[in-house]
Ligand binder design. Structure first.
Ligand SMILES: *Cc1c(COP(=O)(O)O)cnc(C)c1O
Length: 460
């Protein structure tokens, strides 16, 4: 048998480089002050390692750049659309495939057609844009993830699973009001946790019994499939592509943000089998996305997507992808930093409330940690806590906190090497050793909604 080595080998070599700029602590302190302690307001050129998001931030392959040059920019019936159709069809077998400019456009079209007041759409956990687009149609967006999925300490291998008992109960009493059911793979809002094949199959059976279509929010379908291969008995020797095909065989459609597992910087799609729905989606899509064979994208974007969907199911890539996220999370765990476990597919989440007990929730511990990480090492993460999900009561002016205080460090696809990650581990270790000196923050100015993007803060 071949020897297995501990070092993670990036399964690519680097053909084109993009410099990242070193800055000093003093410079970064000035940038932080200028940006009012909001990392969204810092210029990207002043960031050394950017772990803000894994969405649209990946690196394309030489093959994808080559395909972009060949993109067909015809208004109708472009070849790049048919290449993209073939790639999506190969994995999903769906009959109707509509490109969109990104995932939320697919969501808006779908829910605009099936949602209305009094209806309910269940999911393991709705992602923010999914929930917003459902609620915009006055439909209820219901989260039914298993209890283990809500417990940061649980080591369940598939914490993204749907609670089947709760789903069955809901269907029994409400199936007339459920236009469709969703499953998000991997469960982004629940920490990037996977859904098992068994759970997809059982969710399908319940939906079938009540004649409700099941859709995947498929953004990270390949990462989910790789977790099935690693963790679900019976799939050890099945290829990831076969696992992906089986996942899609249990569902009637999918919404997709190609900025994740299609390895492109922009794009998405809506795909399904229903002929009647296709007529309506085509009509609605034309209003905002454009003619159905380009759907808000350039032909070259479709060409890059067609190629990205082939590369994302390559197992060397997925091994590197999942292993490097685990490596990062496990190193932080070993350094005594409280991380959410098991480590998910696309990001590591630090529990700032546990790490910084001296900072009250009202002083935004996860945002304070995000700023310190930038100050010490030029690394940008994103607060998922009371700055993002808390609110100020418009009448009393009192702060209503969010449910958790997390700092998410999302890993862009194929962008950083093991030494970049080792650097991040070193910085975090130093920050952790001096954590008593980290001070809380207060909000000094905020917009009425989505405040985390533009709020201004100051040391408390
Ligand atoms: C990113 C994401 C979306 C939305 O996609 P965009 O391309 O950002 O519009 C929807 N669902 C999940 C699970 C996501 O991660």
């Amino acid at each position: 048998m071949d020897h297995t080595f501990d070092t993670i080998i990036e399964p690519f070599r680097i053909k084109s480089v993009e410099p990242i700029r070193m800055t000093t602590v003093a410079e970064r302190e000035a940038f932080l002050k200028e940006a009012h302690y909001n990392l969204f307001l810092i210029k990207a050129e002043n960031i050394l390692i950017d772990l803000l998001t894994d969405s649209g931030t990946g690196a394309m392959s030489a093959a994808q750049w080559g395909k972009m040059m060949e993109g067909d920019e015809s208004y109708a019936g472009c070849r790049s659309y048919y290449d993209m159709y073939d790639s999506v069809h190969d994995l999903t077998k769906f009959k109707h495939i509509f490109p969109t400019h990104q995932g939320r456009a697919a969501e808006r079209i779908l829910f605009g057609l099936v949602g209305s007041e009094g209806k309910i759409i269940p999911n393991n956990t709705h992602f923010d844009t999914t929930r917003a687009n459902i609620e915009f149609t006055k439909t209820e967006a219901l989260d039914l993830v298993i209890e283990e999925g809500k417990d940061p300490a649980s080591l369940h291998p598939f914490k993204g699973n749907m609670d089947l008992e709760k789903l069955e109960q809901l269907m029994e009493s409400q199936h007339k009001n459920i236009p469709l059911c969703m499953l998000t793979v991997t469960n982004n809002s629940g920490g990037g946790q996977p859904v098992s094949m068994e759970n997809i199959r059982e969710t399908h059976k319940i939906c079938k019994k009540y004649d409700i279509p099941l859709f995947l929010d498929a953004c990270r379908f390949a990462e989910n499939a790789y977790f099935i291969k690693l963790r679900e008995p019976g799939y050890e020797n099945t290829s990831v592509k076969k696992i992906v095909q089986e996942m899609f065989s249990y569902v009637d459609g999918a919404t997709m943000s190609s900025k994740k597992d299609a390895l492109v910087n922009i794009g998405g799609f809506l795909a399904f089998n229903d002929d009647e729905l296709a007529v309506n989606v085509q009509n609605m899509g034309i209003l905002t996305e454009g003619y159905p064979t380009y759907g808000g994208l350039a032909g070259r974007d479709l060409a890059a997507m067609a190629q990205g969907l082939k590369e994302v199911v390559e197992e060397d890539y997925l091994e590197y992808r999942i292993k490097s996220t685990q490596y990062f999370g496990e190193a932080l765990d070993k350094a005594g930093i409280p991380v959410m476990k098991p480590i998910g597919g696309h990001a590591v989440y630090i529990d700032a409330k546990a790490m910084l007990p001296h900072i009250p929730v009202s002083q935004l511990p996860a945002q304070a940690l995000a700023c310190e990480l930038y100050r010490v090492g030029g690394i940008r993460g994103v607060e998922i806590g009371s700055l993002m999900f808390g609110k100020r009561d418009p009448e009393t002016g009192e702060e209503i906190p969010g449910t958790m205080e997390l700092l998410r460090l999302a890993i862009p696809r194929r962008v950083y090497t093991q030494s970049h990650i080792d650097y991040c581990i070193e910085v975090l270790d130093l920050v952790n050793q001096n954590k008593e000196n980290i001070k809380g923050l207060k909000i000094t100015k905020q917009p009425p909604f989505l405040r985390h993007f533009s709020a201004e803060l100051a040391p408390a």
